[in-house]
Design a protein around this ligand. Structure first.
Ligand code: SAH
Length: 215
């Protein structure tokens, strides 16, 4: 008989050793990582690996990011509970659930139907009913619900941020996106929208799957 794994203990260990010990200090992010049942979002066969220190395949050539990177990017957003947040790349729905733990207004777009359908089912099953999902091309943002205080893109753009996403950011808003011509050149970029201009800062080197481009 297989031994039952204490997933809550694994989750706590993940938060302390992979997230907190590496410098993520935002209490809201740490609390969300403690709360969200990551094993519900990864494929059933990978549930035992859900709290490991790496990315996991979620099918269709896509991956759910390493927990540390997810936490790090979430911290970079400087989330406030009142923020309206847009995520591009719902994937498994895990990042959306973290955002949903912190903020009341969360919108997430996914381009692959299989992921959209599965994420919807998982999020509904866990009662994240305030997370709004849409099937479509996230490079166009979500015009009807804009502006957003925070935007997070969880797939990499080749050259720079899609300009529409900056247009849909509110003044004072922040946007985090991996950008790079090749996977080796990718870095996280953080955009802060000011009244008359938008500031761009470079952050960590990362490895994300590219944004799907459908014309
Ligand atoms: N945030 C996800 C992981 C992202 S993997 C999670 O927590 O699990 C990247 C996701 O972005 C994939 O599901 C991919 O299908 C989606 N994606 C890629 N290009 C996209 C686009 N143009 N618009 C919306 N989603 C896109």
């Amino acid at each position: 008989m297989r031994r039952k794994v204490d997933l809550a203990a694994l989750r706590h260990k993940m938060v302390v050793e992979q997230i907190q010990d590496r410098g993520v200090a935002d209490q809201r992010v740490l609390q969300a990582m403690e709360t969200v049942l990551r094993h519900e979002f990864v494929p059933y066969t990978k549930a035992r690996d859900a709290y490991g220190d790496g990315p996991l395949p979620i099918g269709q050539g896509q991956t759910i990011s390493q927990p540390y990177i997810t936490a790090y990017m979430t911290e970079l957003l400087h989330l406030q509970p009142t923020d309206r947040v847009l995520e591009v790349g719902t994937g498994s729905g895990y990042q959306a659930a973290l955002l949903g733990c912190i903020c009341e207004q969360v919108y997430s777009i996914e381009i692959i139907t299989t992921h959209y359908v599965r994420a919807r089912k998982v999020l509904e099953g866990l009662d994240y009913t305030h997370i709004h999902l849409r099937l479509g091309d996230g490079r166009m943002g979500w015009e009807e619900e804009a502006p957003f205080d925070k935007v997070i893109v969880t797939a990499a753009a080749r050259e720079t941020v899609p300009p529409v996403l900056i247009d849909q950011l509110s003044v004072g808003g922040r946007l985090v996106i991996p950008v790079g011509a090749t996977i080796r050149e990718q870095r996280l970029l953080v955009f802060t929208k000011k009244k008359i201009r938008t500031i761009q800062e470079e952050d960590l080197a990362v490895r994300f799957v590219p944004l799907v481009e459908r014309d």
